[in-house]
Design a protein around this ligand. Sequence first.
Ligand code: G6P
Length: 607
Amino acid sequence: MCGIVGYIGASPAVPYLVGGLEKLEYRGYDSAGIALIDRQGIAVIREKGRIDELKKLLGEEKNESTVGIGHTRWATHGEPCRKNAHPHVSQKGLFALVHNGIIENSEELRQELMAEGYVFSSETDTEVISALAEKYYDGCPVRALMRTAERLVGSYALGVLCRDFPDRILCARKGSPLLLALDERGGLLFSDKVAFEGLREVYRLEDGEFAVLKQDNITFLDAMGRNIDKSPSRLAGDEYDAGKQGYAHFMLKEIDQQPRAFSRTAEAYLQGEDIVFPGFSLSEDQARSLDMIYLVACGSAYNAAAAAQYTLQQIVNLPCRSVIASEFRYTRHYIGKNTLCVFISQSGETADTIAAMELARRQGGRTLSIINVPDSTMAVGSDGVIYTLAGTEIAVATTKAYSAQLAALYLVTAYLGKRRGELSEENYRLFLNHLKGIGAEIKGALALRSRCESLSRIFDGQNDIYFIGRKTDYALAAEGALKMKEISYLHCEAYAAGELKHGTISLIEEGTPVVAVCLRKDILKKTVSNISEVKARGAFVLAVTQERYAPLFSEADEILAIPDLADEELSVPAGAVPLQLLSYYTALRRGCAIDKPRNLAKSVTVE
Ligand code: G6P
């Protein structure tokens, strides 16, 4: 979603700001802009649409300023257009700022300021911040920002320029991430460290903190204006595996990286036959006294949770519920000190998942987050954390982070199963052996790439596609449908195969494509009869199964068979591959913006 960059140094700021915004493109946005400052004042250049549009405007403008802020906006308050794009400048031109987050009391503040004669020039919630800063300005911009912050309800990460102080960028944070760095380039500001390559260490602004960023130093302040000592966190060297490396799209590259993403995550926590999570542990007593497990997440992370729920419940022998975070946070739950609440998120910044985590904490639950981005809000805000090691994921539609989430959830399953005495020594060892083999199984499934490319012809030109399956196959069908709809813009629905007869089957007509996911023997015959039911109504069926079961799908029009799997309870990571590839090639045929689908954001930082 919205992204912030800022630069203050000795070189012209524009290349740093535009370069940073381009790196943030993957998060999703619909307008972009920058503000530059020097002794002559503040200049703002912003435009609706892609960064290329902004670049066209910048091409005509020669600005050598060495200080500036930039923003990619994903519209919430006010349509995507030039006047609503950030940065927003206050009426007298004293302040220009970029904002991530949402100001919930913006309407009241707007009315108050208008009554005082302030004239707004956009429909955004953000503009009240620049207006308030100007109102409270008494010659000290930090004081003005602090007084402004006191009036704001909601979330914000802010990068602020003040016309009277062209040698600094002011920063503030509440609820939305904001990071700073100092290196040979100068002072850098960003909401996502992907913005700048080669970062070695970063400072993370915490809620309620402020910072003054200069070319060669940063001052951190608390809400009372007192100085804070802050140490930077070091970044691992390979965190940013830059570029498409010869692939046409990041998504295809990331699909191919899945064997590594899965195996790195699974193996990082294996010490011989022990599973050791540096950020999470439960004694046997604690594990045995657990009363329930919640798995809470959004999007594909939720689909990973939904798949793992079956496996956890089966192996750990506890009630286990997967819940969509935006539902979880507004529903009554039965959470006590023995309830394990697991929050799964690639970014660690998804607003609904963060809010659900805070709710579980307040209710006294034991919180564990499974996160891909180190030091993200969720990673530092839960009782325990397990990092997935998928590396940086750029395509909005997640693939390798989803696989790595499954690896972490399977590890948690084995960990709890053993400690609760539900997995015998022998079954535990077998489970770990199967886990170690999944990287190779994913690789085997990747060999179906050209077959998926050719089968994608089935979907092009269709209006609706149905995905069906049972148990983990159903969770996989949900992920397959989500991947397909988000990047190809075709309407897709996932259905529990047994539920078809209760509604969806009335939509099946001659030629309607149905993807039947059936990787598990225990429900195979049942799904095969569902295939007969839709075939009888004219459906075109593509069955996704294992090679050994392919002969049983004589009624299917096409079969996509992955190499045989060792453990069908753990079939989701390899089974996901053909579904991802089908959606990729369908979107490619349809000429869609695969890495940056319309209206979507990589990291959904608003409710
Ligand atoms: C967005 C992304 C999805 C992702 C979901 C949850 O919708 O496009 O790919 O699954 O957010 O994000 P998270 O960072 O919490 O995993």
